[in-house]
Write a protein that binds this ligand. Structure first.
Ligand SMILES: Cc1cc2nc3c(=O)[nH]c(=O)nc-3n(C[C@H](O)[C@H](O)[C@H](O)COP(=O)(O)OP(=O)(O)OC[C@H]3O[C@@H](n4cnc5c(N)ncnc54)[C@H](O)[C@@H]3O)c2cc1C
Length: 575
């Protein structure tokens, strides 16, 4: 089936919905999502969204900007960070006005709480900057934006899985998608496409991410010629529930929760004397693993304790209701009485599709753009998070840059007609799928997936070395070869989960290769990328973004582009 729209948005999370709303009633826009829209992963966001409102204590957007630059280990582009932090208060009031039910202070202002790496007065002490709705912040924002989108008459294609971008004469003019309920191929022909497909945490064995976080948008854009930026920077959140990876939000430490080792010691006091348990995530994750390596894990095992027992039942039940519930259900502990067993879990991709602050996909170090192709949210790299994202800055990123992308797309489509596309796009896509379904195979999808997740976790996670990364790359390339022999056993057209799993695995293998290749190239330690063989930051050689270009049948081509520095010169990063 063929559809004609002005704009197609892939992804119904916060970034996609905010862009859709910005496009206005006069634009014919459709949103495609592989899960039902309100099941998008933004709905899992717990702790809060950052903005220097100063409702609970003095704050300023310049302090927010400084913290974000320092948190990024000076790799974030400062022009984009300035845009984001300056626009944050407006973004929060906009959410308030469309009905997001934020928690309130006693005088009725939007309540705020502390989050990792957010400080007052250029790094002095932790500051309350995260606006929140208990620990269901993403849920309430997603539901509110979705309602708003329905009011605007935006058309949703839920449970449609995109397969590829349609590119004609270097311009993106549509996408192909697979309808999950029927197996039908759809062609969406349009003037502009926005990719807002979220993260890719499922590449790693232990993750806080949902099953749908498989990086499809990044992989599809990469294969269509859009470079991926800074993919080596993968955030491991310090407090995933032991063995499961389910997130216990930083809000728990924002409300006063404490990390303790097997001696009951508050070990973060040794590593970050100023802001202790609220140090940025890259540091806290490394510190937890250092404690475990030094034999101070609980019962000699690879986890530590997150202690919320002193916060009191009222705080735990009202402000941290969801995560204390997770601790009861999944870890079997009563957080009012016992500490929660935690270990780092793969959480967020700082890297993504290279883009500028207006959501245009960027092709090279000169900033040339990919006509008709836009991106926002976790799948994009603007770059506002650099080498390490601060907590509560992602929801902000999705909304600020989702809105800006919407504005830019409106300008672009105003001046052009619908570009022509080939007649046989759907047929070509059908044939590709048929080849995949028909190929004889002696390889098992589950085995390839498990081996990829294991090697990424063992060799490419918090600590990395040249040897571990080379081993990982070798293994990923072996898995890519084995993937060509994975067959699809299910022949059906209705909810063929096996086919979707295989398509997602193909995407993840390409991204795993880019992550490992970028990490091998970057011979320094910066933010979430820690090379044990190069343990210090090297601004002379590596104060640059990496870009990875796709080359069929070959390893990615890695090149670099400069970091934009405006107000804050790189300094040693201490907390
Ligand atoms: C447990 C958890 C808690 C978090 N808490 C916070 C927090 O408190 N504060 C904060 O700032 N950040 C938080 N984050 C991070 C933040 O939630 C995400 O980075 C952000 O919500 C991503 O939004 P998005 O719009 O980019 O993508 P998502 O919300 O992930 O949406 C992606 C969309 O793309 C669609 N899609 C993907 N692939 C395809 C395909 N092939 N075809 C069609 N559609 C596709 C999906 O269906 C979905 O609609 C948290 C993350 C997690 C995992």
């Amino acid at each position: 089936m063929k559809h004609h729209y002005d704009v197609i948005i892939i992804g119904a999370g916060l970034a996609g919905l905010r862009a859709a709303i910005e496009l206005g009633e006069e634009t014919k826009v459709a949103v495609i999502s592989k899960v039902f829209a309100t099941r998008s992963h933004s709905g899992a966001a717990q702790g809060g969204i950052g903005a220097a409102l100063g409702n609970e204590e003095e704050d300023s957007w310049e302090w927010h900007m400084f913290d974000t630059v320092k948190g990024s280990d000076y790799l974030g582009d400062q022009d984009s960070i300035e845009i984001m932090t300056q626009d944050a208060p407006r973004t929060i009031y906009e959410l308030e006005h469309i009905g997001v039910p934020f928690n309130r202070t006693a005088e009725g202002k939007i309540a705020q709480r502390a989050f990792g790496g957010h400080t007052s007065g250029f790094g002095k002490a932790a500051v309350k900057r995260a606006c929140f709705a208990a620990d269901r912040t993403g849920r309430v924002i997603l539901d509110t934006l979705w309602e708003k989108s329905l009011q605007r008459g935006i058309r949703f294609f839920d449970e449609f899985h995109i397969l590829s971008l349609i590119v004609q004469d270097h311009q993106c003019c549509g996408v192909t998608a697979y309808e999950i309920a029927t197996g039908e191929i759809h062609v969406f022909h349009c003037k502009a496409v926005l990719l807002a497909t979220g993260g890719a945490g499922k590449i790693f064995k232990t993750t806080s991410n949902a099953l749908a976080s498989t990086g499809d948008g990044m992989a599809v854009a990469y294969r269509a010629g859009a470079p991926l930026e800074d993919m080596e920077f993968v955030q491991f959140h310090p407090t995933g529930i032991y063995k499961l990876g389910i997130l216990i939000s930083e809000a728990a430490r924002g409300e006063g929760g404490i990390l303790r080792n097997n001696e009951g010691e508050r070990f973060m006091e040794r590593y970050a004397p100023t802001i202790k348990d609220l140090a940025p995530r890259d540091m806290v994750s490394r510190c937890i693993l250092e404690e475990i390596r030094a034999g101070r894990g609980i019962d000699g095992k690879d986890y530590v304790h997150l202690d919320l027992t002193h916060l009191g039942q009222e705080v735990n039940d009202s402000k941290l209701a969801e995560i204390t519930g997770f601790a009861r259900t999944y870890a079997g502990v009563e957080p009012n009485k016992e500490p929660i067993p935690v270990q780092p879990t793969c959480h967020y991709m700082m890297g993504g599709i290279a883009s500028n602050a207006d959501g245009q996909v960027v092709l090279d170090s000169q900033g040339s753009t990919f006509a008709g192709l836009y991106t926002a949210g976790e799948c994009a790299c603007v770059s506002v998070h650099g080498a390490n994202r601060l907590g509560c800055n992602s929801l902000l990123d999705t909304l600020v840059f989702g809105r800006r992308s919407g504005k830019e797309i409106r300008k672009f489509i105003h001046s052009i007609g619908l570009p022509p596309i080939a007649e046989d796009v759907a047929q070509q896509e059908k044939e590709k799928l048929q080849i995949l379904m028909d190929r004889p195979g002696d390889e098992n999808y589950g085995a390839v997936l498990a081996e990829m997740q294991a090697v990424m976790m063992d060799k490419v996670s918090v600590f990395r070395t040249q040897a571990s990364l080379k081993e990982a790359l070798e293994k990923i390339r072996e898995l890519q070869q084995r993937f060509t022999r994975v067959s699809v056993g299910d022949r059906g057209n209705c909810f063929n989960r096996e086919l979707l799993d295989v398509l997602e695995l193909d995407n993840m293998l390409d991204l795993a290769e880019v992550i490992a290749a970028g990490a091998l190239f970057r011979e320094e330690s910066r933010g979430a990328h820690f090379r044990e063989d190069f343990p210090t930051r090297d601004d002379n050689k590596f104060l640059v973004h990496t870009l990875a270009g796709y080359r069929p049948e070959k390893e990615p081509q890695i090149f670099t582009k400069p970091v934009t520095i405006t107000r804050f010169q790189p300094q040693e990063r201490k907390y």
